[in-house]
Design a protein around this ligand. Sequence first.
Ligand code: ROI
Length: 167
Amino acid sequence: MAETHVSNHWTRCFIGLGSNLEHPVTQVSTALLELDRLPQCRNLTPSSLYRSDPVGPPGQPDYINAVASLETTLSPLDLLDALQALEQQHQRVRIQHWGPRTLDLDLLLYGDQLINNERLTVPHPYLQERSFVLYPLAEIAPQLHIPNQKSLAECLENCQKGSLERI
Ligand code: ROI
């Protein structure tokens, strides 16, 4: 007989937030409040907001970025569903690959798990090289262990801060 398994194990996750359309500061601030209210999630810890130059096609507006950690009993794919539902609520616009967007929520880390399937790659493939992810991560979790990768401190040493600015 099929069983529905509801986990009571809390896993600490890290989520990257980014927006460069439709009042990005409001988009990211509101998304942080919404993450805090997700079912089966607790202990949201947000970073500051940061302004960053766009990575990808030039000519798009600057981004507002942040990261947040939370503990969840949701599975990785259930958490991904919840994040994608929030993106939809923000009427996510994404016209172009690596182009401007209303709200992007990336599951960066899910505990120590390595995940690789058609919907999800964790740790996030670009985490090591993106200052707009690494600096906010260092703010909320300086001792963070990134599975299968260099330490956060080492990633930061190899990553130009560029124009990233805490706001
Ligand atoms: N560039 C910045 N600065 N911040 C982002 O969140 C971001 N997100 C993206 C791409 C288009 C790659 N560039 C970005 O998805």
